[in-house]
Design a protein around this ligand. Structure first.
Ligand code: PBG
Length: 325
């Protein structure tokens, strides 16, 4: 007779048992699909560093959003590539701006889909920084007014949620006040509360044509080494009225996700960013990893670390894989 009493393997014997005791669950309803809206009609231009991700004209954004909704993905987050860029990011808060039009198009095509608008200036400024620049400095307080205007125009177009990602101090409060003054007190704020200055945003900047023309974003995005500072950023955003918190990127910052989850009770989002997606795609294209398994393992790890929802370019692929199981 065996001496062993404890045999964890009993609960791993077959899939039915494993599924019964599974702790973290990954489901299509946890996923948010990012889309890049551009001018024109019938445009589907693939981003070279992000296979399967496209710059899409409004009509194509509507098509892609409907297909995602049909696959079980409940939400999209919209980014914009405007017709032209300038010093004051006019395209970010234009009534007929590219994101504003994309919001309306998704509303029409998939009325039940949750529409989130990314609220930042970097895609719309000629210098590619996330705020107003003077003498080589990204000015904080001057940028807040433009971010609030942007959020209000996105809400007016029909966004359910605005997601400020500029990392300006006080942006959540300024946007909350702006929305409330304009009668949009029902529009929620998903704050990119904890956003690190990361090499993993590289492919996104190709997709959104938003690489800074000079310098980098280290004077406003966070230093990769800091965890306590992340708690402070999250706390400030809670105080300013955020409805969701976000940690970004996801994979290299799973400890931060766990800490934010343990400290704060707001719904928590994680952004599985462009570089994380590109790495998996590149390895899979070379046949070096099993893409589907690596994708699901990555997203499950992000859920296990504490994320309620995950923004990922894999949203539709993952939803389809999960539906087939
Ligand atoms: C805009 C913004 C960025 C991302 C999301 N919102 C780029 C940046 O900060 O440079 C990155 C997302 C990704 O890499 O997938 N500020």
């Amino acid at each position: 007779m065996s001496e062993l009493v404890h045999r964890p393997r009993r609960l791993r014997r077959r899939e039915g048992v494993r599924a019964l005791v599974r702790e973290a669950r990954l489901a299509p309803e946890n996923l948010i699909l990012p889309l890049f809206a551009c001018p024109g009609e019938g445009v589907r231009k693939e981003v070279s560093s992000m296979p399967g991700v496209f710059n899409l004209s409004t009509d194509q954004v509507a098509r892609e959003a409907s297909a995602a909704f049909d696959a079980g993905v409940p939400a999209v987050i919209l980014f914009g590539l405007p017709e032209s860029k300038d010093e004051t990011a006019t395209g970010a808060y234009a009534d007929r701006g590219v994101v504003q039009e994309a919001v309306r198009a998704v509303r029409r095509a998939a009325p039940e889909m949750v529409v989130i608008a990314d609220t930042c200036l970097c895609e719309y400024t000629s210098h590619g920084h996330c705020g107003v620049v003077r003498e080589g400095e990204v000015l904080n307080d001057e940028s807040l007014e433009l971010l609030a205007r942007t959020a209000v125009s996105q809400a007016a177009a029909g966004a359910d949620i605005v997601a400020p990602s500029a990392m300006m101090d006080g942006q959540v409060g300024a946007i909350r006040a702006g929305l409330d003054e304009s009668g949009f007190e029902h529009v929620a704020v998903m704050s990119y509360a904890v956003k690190y200055a990361s090499a993993f945003y590289g492919p996104f900047r190709e997709a959104a044509d938003s690489a800074p023309a000079f310098g980098d974003r280290r004077a406003y995005q966070m230093d990769a080494a800091n965890a306590r500072e992340a708690m402070r950023e999250a706390e400030l955003d809670v105080m300013e009225g955020a409805d969701f918190l976000m940690v970004k990127p996801a994979g290299p910052y799973l400890d931060i996700l766990r800490q934010v989850r343990d400290r704060f009770d707001l719904p928590l989002a994680a952004y599985h960013v462009s570089g994380e997606y590109a790495m998996l795609k590149a390895a899979a294209q070379r046949g070096w990893i099993d893409e589907k398994r690596a994708m699901l393992e990555t997203l499950t790890g992000i859920r296990r670390a504490g994320a309620d929802v995950i923004l990922t370019y894999y949203a539709v692929e993952a939803a389809r894989a999960l539906n087939r199981r």
